[in-house]
Design a protein around this ligand. Structure first.
Ligand code: HEM
Length: 231
């Protein structure tokens, strides 16, 4: 069992992040493929997308920053500002709200994919697969945070020590979360799987749209093409 835990919680993060980085660089400098994160708003502009899209996007952006600050800020730095227990309470309350928004938003977008025949017929297998993975990921994340509400501060901080241990290449970092509930572990493994396939999917628009926007020059205002055409 130690072997499996070491593989998934110790080595997988490095494998996944290397695959992610190579994929992103390859995409930018070698293949330079167009990303088809095609908007479907022109097909049907209904309340499902009107509410689903902002709820999902704002929710998931908040979750993203929560993960970065939550996992990678060393506990001694947190303690300059607040007790660690306060950080745990903030992570639970803000995390649950943001995760819940993202979940509701993505569920509305999913329903739209099925109830609108025009959106359904323009969606590929890859679209459904990614949406499914993210929905599973958010559900596992929300369950993990629920488990955090029932566990101790030390159990919660173990994830910070693990993540920060990985950054410093500590060979035994994975042992911090060896005893963690399987739901957390499934969340982490599925999360790194999403990272690995990220550069080969339409999720790349998350990186490419802001980067292209920064280096766009005036040509970006050429009204004959949309932003997505230029990516
Ligand atoms: C791959 C690296 C990831 C790691 C190590 C990770 C770790 C965690 C941990 C430890 C929690 C529980 C936080 C707590 O107890 O308060 C959590 C919660 C959560 N995660 Fe992740 N996660 C990862 C990726 C993702 C991804 C890619 C998504 C979304 C697509 C996601 C969505 C969520 C959500 C919605 C929650 C619950 C709300 C929150 O606490 O923010 N996670 N994650």
């Amino acid at each position: 069992m130690d072997y499996v835990n070491g593989l998934f919680l110790g080595y997988l993060p490095y494998i996944a992040l290397t695959a992610f980085l190579i994929g992103v660089l390859y995409h930018f400098f070698v293949s330079n493929k167009t990303i088809h994160a095609t908007s479907t708003q022109f097909l049907e502009k209904d309340w499902l997308i009107k509410w689903g899209s902002p709820l999902f996007h704002y929710g998931i952006i908040l979750v993203f920053f929560g993960h970065v600050f939550g996992l990678f800020t060393p506990p001694f730095v947190i303690e300059w500002f607040m007790p660690l227990e306060t950080k745990r309470m903030l992570a639970i309350s803000i995390g649950l709200c943001a995760g819940f928004f993202a979940f509701i938003g993505l569920s509305l977008l999913c329903i739209r994919k099925f109830v609108s025949s025009r959106v359904h017929s323009t969606s590929s297998f890859q679209d459904y697969f990614i949406v499914f993975l993210i929905l599973v990921q958010i559900s596992l994340g929300l369950l993990s945070t629920y488990i955090t509400t029932q566990s101790t501060l030390a159990d919660y901080l173990a994830f910070d020590y693990w993540a920060q241990g990985l950054v410093w290449f500590e060979p035994n970092a994975w042992k911090h979360i060896l005893e963690a509930n399987i739901i957390y572990k499934l969340h982490i493994v599925n999360g790194f799987f999403i990272f690995m396939i990220f550069p080969y999917t339409k999720l790349m628009h998350m990186i490419k749209a802001p980067v292209m926007y920064m280096f766009r020059g005036n040509k970006m205002f050429d009204s004959s093409k949309t932003l997505i055409d230029k990516l």
